[in-house]
Every structure is written in C-alpha cells, then in structure tokens.
Ligand binder design. Sequence first.
Ligand code: BMP
Length: 228
Amino acid sequence: MMIVKDIKERTNELSNLKKSKIILALDKVESLNILPSVIKYVVGVKIGLPLLINIGAENMKNIIMNYKNDAIFIADLKASDIPETNENIAKTIKNIGFDAIIAHAFVGSESLKALVKHLSVFSLVGMSHKDSYLINSNVDTLIKISQIAGITNFVAPATYPDIIKHLRKEVSNALIISPGVGAQGAPFGSALKVGANFEIIGRSITTALNPVEEIQKILKLQNQIISA
Ligand code: BMP
C-alpha cells in the first residue's frame, strides 16, 4: 500500500535533504527554462495562473510527472468561489498532479472545505502588496475561517512580518509559506526569522543572469539566519 505523506512532512523531508527553504514561484512561460537547473535547490514549485493557462493542463501534467519526486507542486489559483465551483477547481487541479492549491479564505469555510476534500490547501491570510489593507486587517477572521475548514497551511506576507509572527503565535503547528522577499523588498531570510517555514521566491531567481548562482546566494543567507 502506498503511504501518502502530508504536505508538511514532505516539505520537511525535502528541506532537510536539500538544505533549502525555497519555494520557487514560476509565473511566466519563459521562466520554465530554468527548472531543470534549479529544481535540486528548491523544496517546492508554485505555479501561477498565467503560466498554467499559457502552457495548458497537459503540458503541466508532464512537467509535474517529471519532477514529482523532486519537489512539491502548488497551484497558485487563489481559488475563491462558491463550494461547488471550488470543488470542481480542486478536482481539476488534483487531476493535473498538483500536491496543493492556494485559496482565498474570505469566501468562507464551506468553500475551503470543498477544496480540502481533494488536496492540500494553503490559505491566504495576508498579502504582500501595498494595497492589501482589506485582507491584512482581517487576519484573525481569515485564520478562524481556515481552521474551521481544518486547514493548517498558510500563505502570509514577508513584507508584513507582524502578520507572520501573529500567525505563528496563533497556530503554532502551521506550515507557513511566505512571498515578498527579494523583488518585493523584504530581505531574504527575513520571513524565516519571524516564523515562516519557507520563502516563496520568483523574480529574484527567474530573472537573474545566473539563476543557480542566485539561488546558492539565497540559500547561504537563509542558512545563516536559521543557524543564528
Ligand atoms: P516574486 O518573488 O517575483 O515577487 O513572486 C512572488 C510570488 O508570490 C508571485 O507568484 C505572486 O503572485 C505570489 N504572491 C505574492 O507575491 N504575494 C501574496 O500576497 C500572495 C502571493 O501568492
């Protein structure tokens, strides 16, 4: 019988193996070119909606099949629909081979539960951009909604470290992945320092002249922070 490990266990194992706290964010078709050379340094790959639409489900299936033992794959759809449609989204995404999906919590626990039935869910309880005041001023409600749906995996912003700190305090066993380091201004390692498990990093790597060198630099910084 195949034992299915949960997402926290899998990311921990991969992280220990690779000495990495990086989840690579790929949003553009051309960014796929770097995948073969960087996959061994990252714990997960977060696929953005534009990339998924542009390459299509069949191509995505093949990519995931190719790398499924090397990293976890997260569909960043920010699912936010009624329960019936969310369930349809979850089935579709699972069928492509994704391990997890990112969802908005503001739609309510029933919509989240519809996703949880099919795959691991990362609930968005804060966002990294300047305009994110509506979501970021409702973090506690969003955490509650997520918990009612049985979710302990979260996305929280590195650009608002207090949100990560608060989330870690509220949900001590949470798996927290955090965007906003690098291109959006938060220093590499800063999200880890305040309680995130992994940092989601896109453009700093995908647009680097030498993505492998850039990753190695980031890993060094992350490891300095972890061991400090
Ligand atoms: P970058 O490192 O290039 O800024 O990429 C960050 C990634 O995380 C992007 O794919 C973006 O869509 C996503 N993201 C974010 O930046 N802030 C959030 O609050 C939530 C996200 O999913």
